[in-house]
Design a binder for this molecule. Structure first.
Ligand code: GTP
Ligand code: MG
Length: 359
């Protein structure tokens, strides 16, 4: 099962109660108060784990709790602090607080956290502080206080977790254009390939290694069709997985083997991306002209080059492997081309699409 969006309830541990106790010892009459403080409740901590690729683990446990702190004890002994509850989430998980009172109209606003680096942690709910034992309440007038305080409540809330896959390059194209075949060619990933549309149902990441030991992550995503914004095909919500990418690589069936025109395909794809998020459509993009082994492809490619003279398009056959090495070299260059002092994710986070590079 692949889960990339899930609502979760979380409640951190309460603090332990303070203790009421008096020192009792031989030869020390009226030893005075010695009740210790309660321990802190456990936090709920999210940790980005590179070995997870989706949020399915939370599907079975949508209620996360942490333990209550230990109660204080006599002889001024503090209660034990409860252990934190660590929740592993895939790298790229974004967290929002859900406001149930808002009637679901706009259920969340600003993201609380974006765990986009391996092992990054975020305290989702903090455990309550422990209560005070009676030792804190003694005074010259009250030498035998029976006061104490309860531990504080742990924080709680309802949250929305959404996975936004982290990859530098996104393969975007119609169903059957050959995106998965291409990913298999250029990386060790093994997405399923088949001659029917919508074979790929969720994103898959592959790592491409270039000649110079550089590498890049590439995401194969489901097929996009005209009208996806109206929920045709698989809709377009899965595009959230490419919102972080630096380069859109449009994979076109240059042979028009399903009786569509590749130039129109490209226009439809770009329009759907724009309707999903205009910032994404301003991202740098290039074309992989696939299925060049089939008749008609060369003519279409010539027409494409006439229509987009400035745009680089790599002519390939993902099936036969022709042109793949050149494509890899071009990819390496395209990724290095831009002044990516912006490489840091934080910049991409600030504005997920304003690189302003439409080239
Ligand atoms: N002739 C030829 N066929 C290809 C080429 N690339 C892919 N195919 C075939 O096209 C069909 C679809 O390939 P996939 O890689 O599954 O296509 P996809 O774009 O991932 O499709 P979805 O996952 O459904 O969106 C398969 O039968 C492939 O063998 C190519 O370069 N030439
Ligand atoms: Mg596929």
């Amino acid at each position: 099962m692949f889960v990339d969006r899930i609502k979760v309830q979380a409640k951190a541990g309460n603090g332990g109660r303070g203790c009421v106790s008096f020192r009792r010892e031989k030869f020390v009459p009226k030893g005075g108060p010695d009740g210790g403080d309660g321990g802190k409740g456990g936090d709920i901590i999210l940790r980005a784990d590179e070995h997870m690729d989706n949020l399915a683990a939370l599907f079975y446990e949508p209620l996360i709790k942490a333990k209550t702190g230990g109660h204080g004890q006599g002889k001024q002994m503090h209660g034990r602090g409860a252990p934190d509850t660590i929740v592993k989430v895939p790298v790229g998980t974004v967290v929002w607080r859900v406001n149930e009172q808002m009637g679901g109209a706009k259920e969340y606003e600003e993201a609380l956290a974006d765990l986009d680096r391996p092992n990054e942690e975020f305290v989702l709910c903090e455990g309550g502080k422990g209560g005070k034992g009676n030792v804190h309440f003694k005074s010259s007038r009250n030498r035998a206080p029976r006061e104490y305080t309860e531990g504080e409540e742990g924080e709680e809330g309802t949250f929305l977790f959404e996975l936004r896959t982290i990859a530098e390059v996104a393969l975007v194209g119609y169903p059957n254009a050959g995106k998965s075949t291409l990913l298999r060619r250029i990386s060790a990933a093994h997405p399923k390939v088949a001659a029917y549309p919508f074979t790929t149902l969720h994103p898959m990441i592959g790592v491409v290694e270039f000649d110079d030991y550089r590498r890049a992550t590439v995401a194969d995503i489901p097929g996009l069709v005209e009208g996806a914004h109206r929920n045709l095909g698989l809709g377009h919500a899965f595009l959230r997985h490419i919102t972080r990418c630096r380069l859109l690589l449009f994979v076109l069936d240059m042979a028009g083997s399903e009786r569509r025109n590749p130039i129109e395909d490209l226009q439809h794809l770009r329009r759907e991306i724009d309707l999903y998020d205009p910032r994404l459509s301003r991202r740098k993009w290039r074309v992989a002209a696939n299925k060049m082994d089939l008749p008609g492809a060369a003519e279409h490619l010539a027409a494409f080059r006439g229509r987009y003279p400035e745009r680089e398009a790599a002519a390939i056959s993902a099936k036969s492997g022709a042109g793949i090495e050149e494509l890899k070299r071009s990819l390496d260059r395209w990724l290095q081309d831009d002044d990516f002092a912006l490489r840091e994710c934080s910049c991409r986070k600030a504005d997920a699409g304003s690189e302003g590079d439409s080239g």
